[in-house]
Design a protein around this ligand. Structure first.
Ligand code: 6PG
Length: 256
Protein backbone atom coordinates (compact mmCIF):
# COMPACT_ATOMS: atom_id res chain seq x y z
CA UNK A 1 0.00 0.00 0.00
CA UNK A 2 1.35 3.46 -0.87
CA UNK A 3 2.11 5.47 2.24
CA UNK A 4 0.12 8.63 2.83
CA UNK A 5 2.17 11.74 3.59
CA UNK A 6 0.27 14.55 5.29
CA UNK A 7 2.08 17.84 5.53
CA UNK A 8 0.75 19.94 8.40
CA UNK A 9 1.59 23.47 9.43
CA UNK A 10 3.57 22.78 12.60
CA UNK A 11 4.31 20.28 15.36
CA UNK A 12 1.05 21.04 17.13
CA UNK A 13 -0.97 20.25 14.01
CA UNK A 14 0.97 16.98 13.63
CA UNK A 15 0.12 16.02 17.20
CA UNK A 16 -3.56 16.91 16.71
CA UNK A 17 -3.80 14.83 13.55
CA UNK A 18 -2.17 11.93 15.40
CA UNK A 19 -4.58 12.30 18.34
CA UNK A 20 -7.56 12.25 15.97
CA UNK A 21 -6.27 9.12 14.25
CA UNK A 22 -5.47 7.47 17.61
CA UNK A 23 -8.98 8.14 18.92
CA UNK A 24 -10.69 6.98 15.71
CA UNK A 25 -8.65 3.77 15.44
CA UNK A 26 -9.01 2.74 19.08
CA UNK A 27 -12.75 3.51 19.07
CA UNK A 28 -13.25 1.43 15.92
CA UNK A 29 -11.22 -1.49 17.28
CA UNK A 30 -13.23 -1.60 20.50
CA UNK A 31 -16.49 -1.41 18.57
CA UNK A 32 -15.34 -4.36 16.44
CA UNK A 33 -13.58 -6.54 19.02
CA UNK A 34 -14.04 -5.08 22.51
CA UNK A 35 -10.30 -4.48 22.97
CA UNK A 36 -7.55 -2.37 21.38
CA UNK A 37 -3.76 -2.59 21.26
CA UNK A 38 -1.41 0.33 20.76
CA UNK A 39 2.36 0.76 20.70
CA UNK A 40 3.70 4.09 21.94
CA UNK A 41 6.95 5.72 20.98
CA UNK A 42 9.67 7.48 22.92
CA UNK A 43 11.48 10.64 21.94
CA UNK A 44 10.20 14.18 22.24
CA UNK A 45 7.64 14.40 19.39
CA UNK A 46 4.93 12.21 21.00
CA UNK A 47 4.85 14.21 24.23
CA UNK A 48 2.44 16.71 22.69
CA UNK A 49 0.28 13.87 21.40
CA UNK A 50 0.08 12.37 24.89
CA UNK A 51 -0.75 15.74 26.41
CA UNK A 52 -3.59 16.26 23.94
CA UNK A 53 -4.98 12.77 24.56
CA UNK A 54 -4.95 13.29 28.32
CA UNK A 55 -6.40 16.79 28.31
CA UNK A 56 -9.99 16.84 29.67
CA UNK A 57 -10.55 20.07 27.71
CA UNK A 58 -9.94 18.29 24.39
CA UNK A 59 -12.37 15.91 22.67
CA UNK A 60 -9.95 12.95 22.46
CA UNK A 61 -9.88 11.96 26.11
CA UNK A 62 -13.60 11.19 26.19
CA UNK A 63 -13.43 9.23 22.94
CA UNK A 64 -10.52 6.88 23.58
CA UNK A 65 -11.75 3.64 25.23
CA UNK A 66 -9.09 3.69 27.96
CA UNK A 67 -10.43 0.72 29.91
CA UNK A 68 -10.21 -1.57 26.88
CA UNK A 69 -6.80 -0.26 25.80
CA UNK A 70 -3.62 -2.35 26.05
CA UNK A 71 -0.47 -0.24 25.92
CA UNK A 72 2.91 -1.45 24.68
CA UNK A 73 6.04 0.40 23.57
CA UNK A 74 7.86 0.26 20.25
CA UNK A 75 11.18 0.53 22.01
CA UNK A 76 12.87 1.15 25.33
CA UNK A 77 16.19 2.38 26.67
CA UNK A 78 18.25 0.27 29.12
CA UNK A 79 17.17 2.17 32.22
CA UNK A 80 14.76 1.65 35.14
CA UNK A 81 11.16 2.84 34.76
CA UNK A 82 11.70 5.91 36.92
CA UNK A 83 14.73 7.10 34.94
CA UNK A 84 14.35 10.37 32.99
CA UNK A 85 15.36 8.53 29.77
CA UNK A 86 12.73 5.81 30.17
CA UNK A 87 10.11 5.75 27.43
CA UNK A 88 7.74 4.15 29.92
CA UNK A 89 8.27 7.03 32.31
CA UNK A 90 7.65 9.64 29.62
CA UNK A 91 4.35 7.99 28.67
CA UNK A 92 3.41 7.54 32.30
CA UNK A 93 4.04 11.17 33.20
CA UNK A 94 2.43 12.69 30.11
CA UNK A 95 -0.47 10.28 29.57
CA UNK A 96 -0.96 7.12 31.59
CA UNK A 97 -1.20 8.65 35.03
CA UNK A 98 -4.00 10.91 33.79
CA UNK A 99 -6.27 8.31 32.16
CA UNK A 100 -8.03 5.14 33.40
CA UNK A 101 -5.97 2.44 31.64
CA UNK A 102 -6.09 -0.63 33.91
CA UNK A 103 -2.69 -1.35 35.42
CA UNK A 104 -2.73 -4.90 34.02
CA UNK A 105 -3.04 -3.48 30.51
CA UNK A 106 0.25 -1.58 30.72
CA UNK A 107 2.96 -3.77 29.20
CA UNK A 108 6.33 -2.12 29.57
CA UNK A 109 9.76 -3.38 28.57
CA UNK A 110 12.00 -4.23 31.55
CA UNK A 111 14.69 -1.70 30.65
CA UNK A 112 16.20 -2.16 34.11
CA UNK A 113 17.13 -5.82 33.43
CA UNK A 114 20.91 -5.88 32.90
CA UNK A 115 20.44 -8.89 30.61
CA UNK A 116 18.95 -7.05 27.67
CA UNK A 117 18.39 -10.16 25.55
CA UNK A 118 16.42 -11.67 28.43
CA UNK A 119 14.29 -8.52 28.73
CA UNK A 120 13.63 -8.71 24.98
CA UNK A 121 12.57 -12.37 25.25
CA UNK A 122 10.33 -11.60 28.19
CA UNK A 123 8.65 -8.75 26.32
CA UNK A 124 8.15 -11.00 23.27
CA UNK A 125 6.53 -13.63 25.52
CA UNK A 126 4.19 -11.05 26.98
CA UNK A 127 3.24 -9.80 23.51
CA UNK A 128 2.43 -13.34 22.34
CA UNK A 129 0.47 -14.12 25.44
CA UNK A 130 -1.67 -10.95 25.46
CA UNK A 131 -2.36 -10.92 21.73
CA UNK A 132 -3.16 -14.64 21.57
CA UNK A 133 -5.60 -14.31 24.48
CA UNK A 134 -7.54 -11.84 22.36
CA UNK A 135 -7.18 -13.67 19.04
CA UNK A 136 -4.88 -11.00 17.60
CA UNK A 137 -1.76 -13.14 17.11
CA UNK A 138 -1.61 -13.90 13.39
CA UNK A 139 0.95 -16.42 12.17
CA UNK A 140 2.84 -15.75 15.39
CA UNK A 141 2.86 -11.95 14.91
CA UNK A 142 0.89 -9.55 17.13
CA UNK A 143 -1.44 -7.25 15.24
CA UNK A 144 -1.53 -3.75 16.75
CA UNK A 145 -4.41 -1.41 15.98
CA UNK A 146 -2.13 1.63 16.10
CA UNK A 147 1.65 1.94 16.20
CA UNK A 148 3.07 5.39 16.88
CA UNK A 149 6.60 5.93 15.61
CA UNK A 150 9.05 8.79 15.30
CA UNK A 151 12.07 9.13 13.07
CA UNK A 152 15.53 10.27 14.15
CA UNK A 153 17.59 12.61 11.97
CA UNK A 154 19.75 9.57 11.15
CA UNK A 155 16.73 7.70 9.76
CA UNK A 156 16.17 5.31 12.68
CA UNK A 157 12.69 4.47 13.84
CA UNK A 158 11.66 2.80 17.10
CA UNK A 159 15.18 1.55 18.01
CA UNK A 160 15.94 0.08 14.61
CA UNK A 161 19.20 1.97 14.03
CA UNK A 162 21.32 2.26 10.86
CA UNK A 163 23.74 -0.60 10.37
CA UNK A 164 22.25 -2.85 13.07
CA UNK A 165 20.95 -6.40 12.61
CA UNK A 166 17.49 -5.27 13.72
CA UNK A 167 17.01 -3.83 10.20
CA UNK A 168 16.98 -7.36 8.76
CA UNK A 169 15.33 -9.28 11.59
CA UNK A 170 12.78 -11.71 10.17
CA UNK A 171 11.90 -14.11 12.97
CA UNK A 172 12.03 -12.43 16.38
CA UNK A 173 9.38 -10.05 17.69
CA UNK A 174 11.79 -8.10 19.88
CA UNK A 175 15.55 -7.67 19.81
CA UNK A 176 18.10 -6.07 22.10
CA UNK A 177 20.55 -4.36 19.76
CA UNK A 178 23.86 -2.75 20.61
CA UNK A 179 23.85 0.73 19.10
CA UNK A 180 27.49 1.75 18.77
CA UNK A 181 26.78 5.42 18.15
CA UNK A 182 24.84 5.61 21.44
CA UNK A 183 27.29 3.35 23.29
CA UNK A 184 24.22 1.58 24.62
CA UNK A 185 21.74 -1.20 24.07
CA UNK A 186 18.20 -0.53 22.89
CA UNK A 187 15.29 -2.97 23.01
CA UNK A 188 12.95 -2.70 20.07
CA UNK A 189 10.03 -4.25 18.27
CA UNK A 190 11.29 -5.54 14.93
CA UNK A 191 10.11 -4.46 11.47
CA UNK A 192 7.90 -7.57 10.96
CA UNK A 193 5.90 -6.69 14.10
CA UNK A 194 5.58 -3.02 13.17
CA UNK A 195 4.49 -4.06 9.67
CA UNK A 196 1.76 -6.37 10.94
CA UNK A 197 -0.15 -3.39 12.39
CA UNK A 198 -3.48 -2.13 11.11
CA UNK A 199 -2.19 1.46 11.20
CA UNK A 200 1.27 2.94 11.58
CA UNK A 201 1.64 6.67 12.21
CA UNK A 202 5.10 8.21 11.89
CA UNK A 203 5.38 11.68 13.43
CA UNK A 204 8.20 13.83 12.09
CA UNK A 205 8.77 17.48 12.90
CA UNK A 206 11.59 19.97 12.49
CA UNK A 207 13.92 21.12 9.75
CA UNK A 208 16.80 18.98 11.04
CA UNK A 209 14.95 15.94 9.68
CA UNK A 210 14.08 17.39 6.26
CA UNK A 211 17.03 15.93 4.35
CA UNK A 212 16.54 12.46 5.84
CA UNK A 213 12.78 12.51 5.30
CA UNK A 214 13.29 13.23 1.59
CA UNK A 215 15.84 10.40 1.33
CA UNK A 216 13.52 7.98 3.16
CA UNK A 217 10.41 8.81 1.15
CA UNK A 218 11.81 9.71 -2.25
CA UNK A 219 15.31 8.24 -2.42
CA UNK A 220 16.41 4.74 -3.46
CA UNK A 221 15.84 1.88 -1.00
CA UNK A 222 18.75 1.92 1.46
CA UNK A 223 17.28 0.39 4.63
CA UNK A 224 20.69 -0.15 6.27
CA UNK A 225 21.24 3.58 6.01
CA UNK A 226 17.62 4.63 6.60
CA UNK A 227 15.89 1.97 8.72
CA UNK A 228 12.62 3.93 8.53
CA UNK A 229 12.34 2.53 5.01
CA UNK A 230 11.67 -0.90 6.52
CA UNK A 231 8.24 0.33 7.63
CA UNK A 232 5.84 -1.03 5.00
CA UNK A 233 2.71 -2.48 6.64
CA UNK A 234 1.66 -5.72 4.93
CA UNK A 235 -2.05 -4.94 4.81
CA UNK A 236 -2.41 -1.98 7.18
CA UNK A 237 -1.99 1.71 6.48
CA UNK A 238 1.13 3.84 6.83
CA UNK A 239 0.67 7.57 7.42
CA UNK A 240 3.52 10.02 7.72
CA UNK A 241 2.39 13.07 9.70
CA UNK A 242 5.01 15.72 9.07
CA UNK A 243 5.26 19.43 9.63
CA UNK A 244 6.24 21.95 6.95
CA UNK A 245 9.78 22.26 8.24
CA UNK A 246 10.36 18.50 7.99
CA UNK A 247 8.71 18.42 4.55
CA UNK A 248 10.88 21.23 3.18
CA UNK A 249 13.08 18.94 1.05
CA UNK A 250 10.31 16.76 -0.38
CA UNK A 251 9.94 17.07 -4.12
CA UNK A 252 6.28 18.03 -4.02
CA UNK A 253 5.31 18.89 -0.44
CA UNK A 254 2.52 21.22 -1.48
CA UNK A 255 0.85 18.60 -3.63
CA UNK A 256 0.54 16.06 -0.85
C1 6PG B 1 13.21 6.64 21.18
C2 6PG B 1 12.34 6.45 20.00
C3 6PG B 1 12.87 6.94 18.70
C4 6PG B 1 12.28 8.33 18.44
C5 6PG B 1 13.09 9.07 17.41
C6 6PG B 1 12.60 10.48 17.21
O1 6PG B 1 13.04 5.95 22.14
O2 6PG B 1 14.04 7.54 21.11
O3 6PG B 1 11.27 5.68 20.07
O4 6PG B 1 12.68 6.12 17.62
O5 6PG B 1 10.95 8.22 18.04
O6 6PG B 1 14.42 9.10 17.85
O7 6PG B 1 12.75 11.16 18.40
P1 6PG B 1 12.32 12.69 18.61
O8 6PG B 1 10.85 12.71 18.56
O9 6PG B 1 12.87 13.02 19.96
O10 6PG B 1 12.98 13.44 17.51
Amino acid sequence: MTPAVRVLSDAHAVQRAAAEEFAARTEAAVRARGVTFVALSGGSTPRGLHTLLADPGEPFRARVPWEQLHVFWGDERPVPPDHPDSNYRMAHDTLLRHVPVPRAHIHRVAGEDPHHARAARRYARELRQVFSTHGRLEGGWPRFDVVILGMGADGHTASVFPGTDAVHEKTRLVVAAWVAKLGSHRITLTPPVLNQADAVLVLVTGGDKAETLAAVLEGPPLPDVYPSQTIRPLTGSLTWLVDRAAAARLAAPAGR
